[in-house]
Design a protein around this ligand. Structure first.
Ligand SMILES: Cc1cc2nc3c(=O)[nH]c(=O)nc-3n(C[C@H](O)[C@H](O)[C@H](O)COP(=O)(O)OP(=O)(O)OC[C@H]3O[C@@H](n4cnc5c(N)ncnc54)[C@H](O)[C@@H]3O)c2cc1C
Length: 374
């Protein structure tokens, strides 16, 4: 592990709100995070907050990590995407990987490499309904299929790709592979544009009979669903705190705007209707933060841990929707222009609807746990 001291949450927040924020217009224009900024994010140690010490990280437990990701989420969406993904993606590598694959977790923590997670398909549903298939061919596998919405796909060095190796819908239907970006037969199309979260880059992947050596399998044959889900619970809790951070920023922007905007001779912050809206936003943000903290402090072995993570996510995505709706309205028509930071925040917030599962999927998991179903 590096001897550098862990930055404080305040330093982290300053970095994302000041230094990273200064790049916002460039990122919005180019839809890329400049290389020097990616390096700065690595330099402050943002990729390795939760990575175990033996793999070069600071090994922060979830409750200690959450304030950092909340701080990162107050800046442009690509910043929190960097922190959130790197502090989750090491888990399948470290937990299921061979010694060589575990080393990728170390490199991801220093920012030397970028690892992307490729599960979602245009052709199939997520999980056991995938259409990407892997067929054994001697010491290797032939992978055929497609993926999309792969965050950081355009700059990723390695992809974690899930493929069907068994019977559709069986619990052991999936196997996971680590595929380098230069694998023969892998086509990466970096042109998938999103509504917000500019700079984080999304890619389509296409491959037909792509040969992947068996040594690049991550985990056992049939263990793919477990590998793919292994970090989802932590990740949903981390994502929920990102929603809190972004909602807090939206509230701060609404307060600042309400103070400076004067109509009919009075700052709008003096109007009771505006004050009531600010108060409602404050209640929403604080309640969501308290919920994420409570769930983030649960031991992983707690009953229905997955449903608890989904509870934070479901509540968080509704909360950030309400808060960014109201914050935009408080800004009046100015908020709808590209001159207003709330315009970017509003778009960035909508990604939360889908990342790591929609509202309907969270409801499904929560209701099954509630009813005692597996
Ligand atoms: C910003 C962003 C980043 C992303 N990053 C990644 C990434 O890095 N890697 C990756 O693999 N994916 C990524 N995704 C994809 C994301 O995980 C999926 O979009 C999400 O899980 C929903 O899947 P889908 O898009 O296939 O929706 P669909 O499955 O097509 O869903 C369409 C609608 O039907 C509903 N629905 C679907 N199935 C059911 C069901 N069984 N029961 C009830 N309702 C159902 C959904 O809730 C939704 O309302 C990202 C998405 C976004 C927006």
């Amino acid at each position: 592990m590096s001897n550098e001291p862990l930055p404080s949450v305040e330093e982290f927040q300053r970095f994302f709100l000041d230094e990273y924020e200064q790049y916002s217009q460039e990122i919005e224009r180019t839809d890329e995070v400049p290389a020097e900024l990616l390096k700065r994010v690595a330099d402050i140690g943002a990729y390795r907050l939760t990575i175990p010490k033996e793999l070069g990280g600071w090994d922060l437990a979830l409750p200690d990590y959450l304030p950092y990701v909340e701080a990162a989420a107050m800046g442009p969406g690509s910043g929190r995407m960097l922190v959130h993904l790197a502090n989750g993606i090491w888990r399948p590598l470290a937990w299921y990987g061979s010694p060589a694959q575990r080393e990728l977790a170390r490199k991801s923590g220093t920012g030397e490499i970028c690892v992307a997670f490729a599960l979602t398909e245009r052709t199939g549903g997520t999980g056991r309904d995938l259409h990407t298939r892997a067929v054994r061919d001697g010491d290797a596998w032939r992978l055929s299929g497609e993926k999309h919405l792969v965050t950081w796909g355009p700059r990723a060095d390695v992809f974690i790709i899930s493929a069907m190796t068994g019977e559709r819908r069986a619990s052991d239907a999936l196997t996971t592979f680590l595929v380098p970006k230069d694998a023969n037969g892998l086509q990466i199309d970096p042109t998938q544009r999103t509504m917000g979260l500019f700079g984080s880059g999304h890619a389509y992947l296409d491959f037909e009979n792509m040969i992947v050596p068996d040594s690049d399998r991550l985990g056992e044959i049939g263990q793919g669903l477990e590998v793919a889900l292994s970090f989802l619970d932590y990740s949903r809790i981390s994502l929920s705190m990102c929603m809190v951070g972004l909602a807090q920023r939206a509230l701060d922007e609404a307060v600042a705007f309400a103070r400076r905007r004067t109509t009919f001779g009075k700052a709008i912050v003096e109007r009771d209707v505006i004050r009531a809206q600010l108060a409602d936003m404050q209640v929403d943000v604080r309640a969501a933060r308290a919920l994420v903290r409570e769930i983030g402090a649960l031991p992983v072995s707690s009953p229905n841990y997955r449903a608890a993570a989904c509870t934070a996510k479901l509540h968080g995505l509704r909360m950030v929707g309400r808060v960014t709706d109201t914050a935009l309205k408080v800004h009046g028509g100015f908020g709808y222009t590209k001159d207003a930071v709330i315009e970017r925040i509003y778009r960035d917030a909508r990604g939360f609807w889908f990342e790591e599962g929609t509202q309907e999927i969270q409801q499904l998991v929560i209701s099954r746990a509630l009813l005692g179903e597996s």
